[in-house]
Design a protein around this ligand. Structure first.
Ligand code: HEM
Length: 147
């Protein structure tokens, strides 16, 4: 009888300890998330197209690209935006027209940042991409004609 009571007490004690440990872990994870997000602050620096072109991921440089005049830091995906990446043509560039036209042709990017001649559908595609980038990447600033 005594042994049975001891065994039950031990099982309860272990259950409480395990639950306590598990919930502490979960709580810590939940608490840590917003702190990490806060560290990545958006900026609002001006970039000319020439300045932007230096952020091309070559020789270990960061990778920036602009969508509708907003400059994003896409360095977290070098496999896509690096010199060898499928979307490397957007690096250091105003990608507006390429994204709107769903085109990966370098010539389709020009005139850089212009929305002239884009159809309503292309403008909608562009707006969707803008949202996509805003949800995923740090904003570094905006494109300016000159300084
Ligand atoms: C055969 C055609 C294509 C295929 C199979 C393809 C495939 C993909 C895949 C699988 C992803 C998601 C990758 C990931 O999240 O890990 C992606 C992302 C993307 N694709 Fe394509 N794609 C194609 C054509 C295009 C074209 C024509 C454009 C031109 C605008 C384009 C622009 C993009 C962009 C901007 C991203 C987002 C990259 C990011 O997450 O920052 N893709 N594509």
């Amino acid at each position: 009888m005594e042994l049975w009571v001891l065994f039950t007490a031990a099982v309860i004690a272990v259950t409480i300890l395990v639950r306590h440990f598990f919930f502490n872990q979960v709580e810590q994870e939940v608490k840590e998330e917003p702190i990490e997000e806060e560290l990545i602050e958006n900026k609002d620096d001006p970039y000319t197209l020439e300045e932007l072109s230096k952020f091309d991921g070559k020789d270990g440089r960061p990778i920036y690209m602009a969508v509708s005049g907003t400059v994003f830091n896409v360095s977290s995906k070098p496999e896509m935006y690096g010199p060898e990446g499928a979307y490397g043509l957007f690096s250091g560039k105003e990608a507006t027209r390429g994204l709107a036209k769903s085109s990966l042709k370098v010539e389709d990017l020009q005139p850089f940042g212009s929305k002239e001649g884009l159809t309503a559908g292309q403008l909608r595609t562009l707006a969707d991409w803008e949202e996509y980038y805003k949800e995923r990447y740090q904003i570094m600033g905006h494109v300016v004609e000159s300084k």
